[in-house]
Design a protein. Structure first.
Length: 279
């Protein structure tokens, strides 16, 4: 198996970004341990920084829909490629990479592999009670069966009273309204960084597609169309955004081992997905 030079460069560059961001986070203690339910709901230690807030526009609009943006960028460039150079291999590589993303971050005969890893490594499905209950710290946390997290079930005192009331039907001292609802989340355990995984996979995939397409077009005596160049620029700009957000994630979120596992899974997943096409 021979890994192309451009893929090696993309892997090495992504690794350097994660390493630099992680070293920064350790030295300045800038990362938030998102697997700790007592810390995840607190203001980020660097909450003064716009990008330390998960609600920042780049995270909400782009990273949260990262693979969709990557797929649209790829599809536009593939469609704008001259017919004789628009091969099915490009679509096949996208399908293979999409399966990698889906299996680890979306669905794997039920919960994703990341959710399964988190559960097996000691993760707990918990509910955070609202702040106006008057409770503090661990008293605001209720542990519930993991199925509620795996299937992202919305729960409330009205729909799932057994989670909020004692067996004797006496209300627990939470003081919450029956209309209040929430979606439980998995905490503790090893929370693989889904952002690092997604961003690394997207960078490797788009870089590979652009380079392969450029090389194939070198055989043509005609220059690429302006539409192709526009979409190629858009793909490059998206890669630049993914690189920036990979650094931001490495600086502000997840423990070092969670970022490392997200990166390694993305690299191995991308390489394995490309094995049928001889890389």
């Amino acid at each position: 198996m021979v890994i192309p030079y451009h893929t090696k460069v993309a892997i090495a560059s992504s690794a350097a970004i994660v390493a630099v961001g992680t070293c920064y986070s350790l030295y300045f203690n800038s990362y938030l341990d998102t697997s700790n339910p007592l810390l995840a709901h607190l203001p980020h230690p660097y909450h003064q920084s716009y990008f330390a807030d998960k609600r920042n526009i780049l995270n909400q609009l782009f990273v949260k829909r990262g693979w969709a943006w990557t797929s649209v960028a790829f599809g536009a460039l593939w469609a704008a490629t001259p017919g004789q150079y628009r091969t099915f291999n490009g679509i096949a590589r996208w399908i293979a990479s999409t399966l990698v993303w889906l299996i680890f971050a979306g669905w794997f005969f039920g919960p994703s592999l990341f959710s399964r890893v988190l559960t097996v490594s000691g993760g707990e499905c918990v509910i955070h009670l609202p702040e106006d209950t008057g409770l503090a710290g661990s008293d605001r946390i209720i542990t519930v069966p993991s199925e509620f997290c795996h299937y992202k079930t919305t729960v409330s005192p009205a729909t799932h009273p057994s989670l909020f009331f004692s067996p004797s039907s006496e209300p627990l001292p939470h003081g919450i309204q029956t209309s209040w609802s929430t979606v439980p989340r998995l905490y503790r355990g090893h929370d693989v960084s889904g952002h690092v995984f997604l961003l690394t996979l997207s960078i490797l995939f788009l870089t590979d597609h652009i380079i392969r397409t450029r090389k194939s077009l070198q055989k043509s005596s005609r220059p690429p169309s302006q539409l192709f160049e526009a979409f190629a620029f858009a793909n490059s700009a998206l890669i630049g955004l993914w690189v920036f957000m990979l650094y931001i994630t490495s600086v502000f979120f997840h423990s070092p081992q969670e970022k490392l596992s997200g990166f390694l899974i993305a690299v191995v997943g991308f390489v394995v997905a490309n094995l049928p096409f001889n890389l």
